[in-house]
Design a protein around this ligand. Structure first.
Ligand SMILES: Cc1cc2nc3c(=O)[nH]c(=O)nc-3n(C[C@H](O)[C@H](O)[C@H](O)COP(=O)(O)OP(=O)(O)OC[C@H]3O[C@@H](n4cnc5c(N)ncnc54)[C@H](O)[C@@H]3O)c2cc1C
Length: 398
């Protein structure tokens, strides 16, 4: 094998790609794997900075490494986060601890070069473009230390994270949800710079932003929640939803698990908070239905607001993909991100599937159906650490 030839290249080392590493390590037929990460940190990606709780219970993050005897699993069980999750198996845990837990995977592999010599990690390395070759392999070009390098591989995993869908708003002072979730506006908010705040959207991020504003930052000024639909809530069974008087239809029930709103529903802390909103228990919060608003009406509403927080979903961070002849390839997307098939392969706008090219992280992800189950009424993407660690390996590692 040429020195720049790999079996597999992971582009980006956030939660999506790093979660795959424990499975790749077990695969003897992977002789060389290259991991390219633009930052200095492996594993946590965006979630390491979010100041909210996870929509998963602590026990979920233990599953991958319990009852296993390999070096990585044994090490993961010695970490402080393992103890933290073990004590909170049935509680929603802080997302930044999930980030730190994932960081240990990359750090352990990076530090134990002899053990993991098949795995090369290159940080401060930015993937610039990926080109198809006539032998079916991919050429990945990346910059490191101001120099462009090229590595080739049979299989490429492209998970560079997501960017907030940029809804054009007739309002200058609009920020994205992730800035709010990372605490970038905490000082201004605590200093009382904003008398009126609006949140746009009824997604997980919208509820997380509200929890931050009301419970963590103790905002007492008026907040408007501008929504086009009510929150979707998660229930273990149709019976549980009925008992709590939650309206749902058959298409909201996952046929594989019988859970209601299995992937789209708010869980744990977000569920509790959404219930408080629905019961009108947050005195400074007004929920406004904007489904029928035209742009002018929305503009008038936002005139009275001095900060708008956009919670309008994510799309995959794009990377330049080139065809064999060097012409750019446009990948198919919809309002929820990149469209991938049952093997998590994207396709071109002319419907050509990119074999051995996989995308499944934020802004890409899997749709409901097939082995992953899920409710028919959900048109978004399924992402999250459990999916990356349990579903993705069997769809991509072949
Ligand atoms: C608000 C919110 C809450 C969430 N809560 C949960 C939860 O509770 N539980 C859960 O399991 N999941 C949760 N998720 C979903 C999921 O786990 C995260 O979205 C996760 O961050 C996605 O991982 P990723 O690797 O796709 O992207 P990112 O976390 O964005 O990581 C991408 C990585 O790629 C690197 N990168 C970017 N561009 C380049 C480039 N050109 N070259 C090289 N490297 C590059 C970045 O530096 C980064 O390290 C949540 C998501 C959001 C948005």
């Amino acid at each position: 094998m040429n020195k720049d030839d790999y079996d597999i290249i992971l582009c980006g080392a956030g939660p999506a790609n790093i979660s795959l590493l424990p499975d790749l390590i077990q695969k003897e037929d992977i002789h060389r794997c290259l991991i390219l990460e633009k930052s200095n940190t492996l594993g946590s990606g965006a979630i390491g900075q979010y100041r909210i709780t996870a929509n998963s219970l602590g026990g979920v993050f233990l599953e991958k490494f319990q009852n296993k005897d390999d070096e990585l699993s044994r090490y993961m069980r010695t970490t402080a986060e393992w103890a933290y999750f073990s004590e909170r198996r049935d509680e929603a845990v802080e997302l930044r601890y999930v980030g730190r837990f994932l960081e240990h995977i990359g750090a352990f592999v990076q530090q134990h070069k002899t053990l993991y010599k098949r795995f090369e990690i290159s940080t401060l390395s930015t993937v610039e473009e990926i080109q198809l070759s006539d032998d079916g392999r991919y050429a990945v070009r990346y910059t490191v230390d101001g120099q462009t390098r090229e590595a080739r591989c049979r299989k490429v995993m492209v998970n560079l994270g997501g960017q907030v869908n940029n809804v054009a708003l007739p309002h200058l002072n609009a920020i994205n949800s992730d800035a709010m979730l990372k605490g970038e506006y905490d000082e201004q908010i605590k200093a009382g710079h904003y008398q009126n705040i609006a949140i746009l959207g009824s997604s997980h991020s919208a509820v997380s932003c509200l929890i931050r504003l009301i419970e963590q930052l103790d905002v007492k000024n008026p907040i408007q929640l501008l929504v086009k639909r009510d929150f979707k809530l998660f229930f273990d069974s149709p019976q549980a939803a009925l008992t709590q008087g939650y309206p749902f239809v058959d298409a909201d029930v996952c046929q594989a698990s019988q859970r209601v709103n299995r992937y789209s529903g708010l869980r744990y802390d977000s569920f509790t908070f959404a219930r408080k909103i629905q019961r009108g228990e947050i005195p400074n919060l007004t929920v406004v239905n904007i489904a029928a608003d035209d742009p002018e009406t929305l503009r008038k509403r936002l005139d009275s607001v001095d900060l708008t927080i956009k919670c309008t979903g994510f799309s995959a961070t794009p990377v330049r993909v080139l065809d064999i002849d060097g012409s750019p390839i446009t990948l198919r997307q919809d309002a929820h991100g990149l469209i991938v098939d049952h093997r998590l392969n994207p396709s071109t706008v002319s419907n050509r599937t990119l074999e051995n090219f996989h995308a499944f992280g934020l802004g890409a992800g899997i749709k409901t159906g097939g082995d992953s189950g899920g409710e028919e009424s959900f048109s978004g993407r399924i992402d999250g650490v459990w999916i990356y660690q349990h579903v993705v390996p069997r769809l991509t590692c072949h």
